[in-house]
Design a protein around this ligand. Structure first.
Ligand code: FMN
Length: 335
């Protein structure tokens, strides 16, 4: 088990073991995106679970970038003092925590977000394959696209002021940056559509804006949706080769951390560690950038096997840790 409990340092921040708590939306905010007592109660067990690093659920960078009504927002400075309590739960326990920052684009889940005929914007006017709302989004103009990096970098600045160790840019699970990456939702013929270097352009612009705004110290991670289909399925849409290319670019940019999951296929699969075949090949392309592999990891042997085979540097344990906050202590006791 030793490898599971080996520390790792990222940008001078010590992660005491190889177990990451992945972002899991708690749907507990006020309608104005502020954390509530329920949000804090939700995170107390996680902050005490012994995870080496925690990534805190998706925070929308703008009210028009929400997928759910009860989603946390980092869209204005007023949220900072409320967020301090949430970030403080983790810093108080010496656990590095990143705030995940996101824009939903056309992936709207809660109908209540749609008011007065407002329609979401997306790379192309294509109904989102994962949304049950059957909405036709408005195609983003180049001017709309140019606003996005600033929204992310301002949200990142607020997260840092609230006391997080850094941020994670959400480019997975079919949200806006995933919509740009996926040929299923991106049919543009300009500099943001077509080959993967164009589909990934906005993601790189967002990353560069966030890194520039935060300066050198904080951790900047990216959650990358590796493909639109699961490893055992016939490839369609965005492929893992696209993700390998994105990872190699991030390696040149010296990204701090690459958190790997699915894109339009979401985050669910069959069995255990269902993204492992993708994680292995994307890690190869990511060079020195540490990677997290998440999805169906429930047992210590599975987690350890991934690390021993060098398929990732950290394992993400979501639902198993949520349902048993003593899990890491139990794994430690097996040593
Ligand atoms: C209730 C729930 C909420 C989630 N919220 C987020 C989220 O806010 N951001 C994100 O990137 N992934 C989210 N995920 C995906 C998880 O981070 C993780 O990738 C997924 O649960 C697979 O890991 P697991 O099998 O260990 O739970 C969520 C998953 C669940 C079950």
């Amino acid at each position: 088990m030793t490898l599971l409990f080996e520390p790792l340092e990222i940008r001078g921040i010590r992660i005491k073991n190889r177990i990451a708590a992945p972002p899991m939306a708690s749907l507990s905010s006020t309608k104005t995106g502020l954390p509530t007592a329920d949000t804090l109660d939700n995170y107390i067990p996680l902050s005490e679970s012994g995870a080496g690093i925690a990534i805190i659920e998706h925070h929308a960078v703008h009210a028009e970038g929400r997928t759910r009504l009860r989603q946390l927002l980092l869209d204005r400075d007023e949220v900072i003092p409320y967020q301090e309590d949430l970030a403080g739960l983790f810093s108080g326990k010496g656990v590095p925590a990143l705030a995940q920052i996101s824009h939903a684009g056309s992936f709207i889940v809660d109908e209540d977000i749609l008011e007065n005929g407002w329609l979401p914007k997306a790379p192309s006017p294509i109904r989102h394959p994962l949304s049950n709302l059957f909405l036709m989004p408005v195609k983003m103009s180049e001017s709309d696209i140019s606003q996005i990096p600033g929204l992310f970098s301002e949200a990142a600045r607020r997260a840092l002021r609230a006391g997080y160790s850094g941020v994670e840019i959400h480019a997975a699970h079919g949200y806006l940056l995933g919509q740009f990456l996926s040929p299923m939702t991106n049919r543009r013929s300009d500099a943001y559509g077509g080959p993967v270097k164009n589909r990934a352009r906005l993601l790189f612009e967002v990353y560069e804006a966030v890194r520039y705004t935060l300066g050198d110290e904080p951790v900047v991670a990216v959650r990358l949706g590796m493909a639109d289909t699961l490893p055992e399925a016939e490839p369609s849409g965005q492929t893992v080769d696209d993700a390998r290319w994105v990872a190699s670019e991030f390696s040149s940019m010296k990204l701090d951390l690459l958190d790997l999951s699915g894109n339009m296929c979401g985050y669910n699969g069959e069995g255990e560690a269902w993204f492992a075949p993708y994680c292995r090949t994307v890690k190869d392309a990511a060079g020195k950038v540490p990677t997290i592999c998440t999805g169906g990891i429930k047992k210590a042997e599975t987690a350890l096997g991934l690390l021993e085979r060098r398929e990732c540097d950290l394992v993400g344990v979501g639902r198993a840790l949520k349902s048993d906050p003593d899990l890491i202590r139990k794994w430690k006791a097996l040593e």
